[in-house]
Design a protein around this ligand. Structure first.
Ligand SMILES: Nc1ncnc2c1ncn2[C@@H]1O[C@H](COP(=O)(O)OP(=O)(O)OP(=O)(O)O)[C@@H](O)[C@H]1O
Length: 273
C-alpha cells in the first residue's frame, strides 16, 4: 500500500466513525441498470447508514456514477436508461409511481463533478431551492436560509459582501462550495457527490474534504471518487465496484488494509484500473 494512503488512513482514524448499529438511511436490493439492452449494473445490494460518509471507488466505467444516480433517480433523465430492483429511502420505495421526484431530489441532493452554478446571483443560487419548496415565507427567512447555507459550506465570509454578484464569477473551488451550499439549502437528508473535487486544485480540494467531514454530522454523504487518498481521508466506509458489480463494502480502513476480494486488492495496490 502507498505511504500516502497509509498517512490518509491514519489521519482519518478517530475523526470518522459511524457505529455499525447506525440506522439504515437507504437500501438497494438487486439494483440493475440498463442502457438500452446493455446491463451496466448487475444487481447491487447495499445499505447506506445514516450520517456516514460512504465512498464509491473502482476503475473507470465500473458503474459508480450509474449507481449513484439510482439513489435520486437522476437516471430517469437519461434516454434509454432503465432501472430495476428496489431502492428505498427510510423504507419508502423511491421508484414508486406515486413518488414526487422533485421532492425526492430535495431529500437526496446531488453535487456534480463540474461546478454548475445557475447563471444567477450568489444569493439566488441558494434561494432558488428553498423558494421552490416553500421553505421560507418571508424575505428575512430566506436571508437566513441563504446565510446559514453559505456558512455551512464555509463560503459566507468570502461572499457576504457580494451576494448580488453572479455565482459564475467565483473561483472553481468557491463555485463548488456554492453548489454544496445550494444542495444544503433545501435541508436534504442525503447528499450525493460525483467526483466533487476532480476539477479543483489541491487547496480547494482540501476545503471541500474538510466540508464533507463537517457536513457528515448532519447529513448522509455518498461520494464517488477516483482518488483513493480522498476516500481514505473522508469516508467511514468504502464500496469497491468492478465491471458493474459491487465487489465489497466495508470500513474504509479494512478495504485499504485487508480487502477480502482479490479484485479489490489488485485495484488498491495499483495492479489495475
Ligand atoms: N448515458 C449512458 N449511455 C450508455 N451507456 C452509459 C451511459 N452512462 C454510462 N454508461 C455505461 O455504463 C457503464 C458504467 O458507467 P459509469 O459512468 O457509471 O461508470 P463510472 O464507474 O462512474 O466511470 P468513471 O469513473 O469513468 O466516471 C460504462 O460501461 C458506461 O459506458
Amino acid at each position: 500500500m502507498e505511504n500516502n494512503l497509509q498517512r490518509s488512513l491514519a489521519a482519518a482514524e478517530g475523526t470518522v466513525g459511524v457505529s455499525a448499529a447506525a440506522k439504515i438511511k437507504m437500501t438497494a436490493r438487486d439494483a440493475r441498470v440498463f442502457y438500452g439492452e446493455k446491463e451496466a449494473l448487475h444487481g447491487v445490494n447495499l445499505d447506506i447508514r445514516e450520517n456516514e460518509v460512504l465512498a464509491f471507488i473502482g476503475p473507470s466505467g465500473c458503474g459508480k456514477s450509474t449507481f449513484l444516480r439510482c439513489l435520486n433517480r437522476m437516471n430517469d433523465t437519461i434516454d434509454g436508461c432503465r432501472v430495476t430492483g428496489k431502492i428505498e429511502l427510510d423504507g419508502e420505495d423511491i421508484y414508486d409511481r406515486s413518488l414526487d421526484v422533485v421532492l425526492l431530489r430535495a431529500r437526496v441532493g446531488m453535487v456534480f463533478q463540474k461546478p454548475n452554478p445557475f447563471p444567477k446571483s450568489i444569493y439566488d443560487n441558494i434561494a432558488y431551492g428553498p423558494k421552490l419548496h416553500g421553505l421560507a415565507s418571508t424575505r428575512a427567512e430566506l436571508d437566513e436560509v441563504v446565510e446559514r447555507s453559505l456558512i455551512r459550506a464555509g463560503l459566507w465570509d468570502e461572499v457576504k459582501d457580494r451576494l448580488d454578484q453572479p455565482g459564475t464569477g467565483l473561483s472553481g473551488g468557491q463555485q463548488q462550495r456554492l453548489c454544496i451550499a445550494r444542495a444544503v439549502a433545501v435541508s436534504p437528508e442525503v447528499i450525493l457527490m460525483d467526483e466533487p473535487c476532480s476539477a479543483l486544485d489541491p487547496i480547494a480540494t482540501a476545503k471541500v474534504e474538510q466540508l464533507i467531514t463537517e457536513l457528515a454530522e448532519n447529513f448522509t454523504i455518498v461520494i464517488v471518487t477516483h482518488n483513493m487518498q480522498q476516500a481514505a481521508r473522508v469516508s467511514n466506509r468504502t464500496a469497491f465496484f468492478h465491471l458493474g458489480d459491487l465487489v465489497e463494502v466495508d470500513d474504509t480502513t479494512h478495504i485499504f488494509t485487508s480487502p477480502k476480494d482479490k479484485r479489490t486488492e489488485d485495484y488498491i495496490t495499483g495492479r489495475f484500473g
